[in-house]
Design a protein around this ligand. Structure first.
Ligand SMILES: [Zn+2]
Length: 92
């Protein structure tokens, strides 16, 4: 059985009442007795959480700057190694 919240616009008295859906809403204010009671929206009806949620910002990596440029790599010069032909005749 839902709980309805009423508010009297005449005296400002607010009260809750357990009523079924088929039951007629309360019109007479129990505080002042006037029929100026308005039924408020129940708590379980319109709860809208409009909060700033998570901002999914998928920022793409624009440019991968490859700073690792191997400029100091000197080409290997083929140094002609003069093979010293040490002719050593070994007489056995
Ligand atoms: Zn009232």
């Amino acid at each position: 059985m839902p709980t309805y919240e009423y508010k009297c616009s005449a005296c400002g008295h607010t009260f809750e009442a357990f009523q079924s859906i088929t039951e007629e809403p309360v019109r007479v204010c129990p505080a002042c007795g006037k029929t100026s009671v308005q039924r408020l929206i129940s708590a379980g009806a319109g709860l809208l959480f409009k909060g700033s949620g998570f901002y999914i910002t998928d920022y793409r990596s624009e440019s991968y700057k490859k700073a690792a440029k191997k400029d100091g790599e000197s080409p290997k010069s083929d140094s002609k190694s003069n093979s010293k032909a040490a002719s050593s005749s070994s007489s056995s």
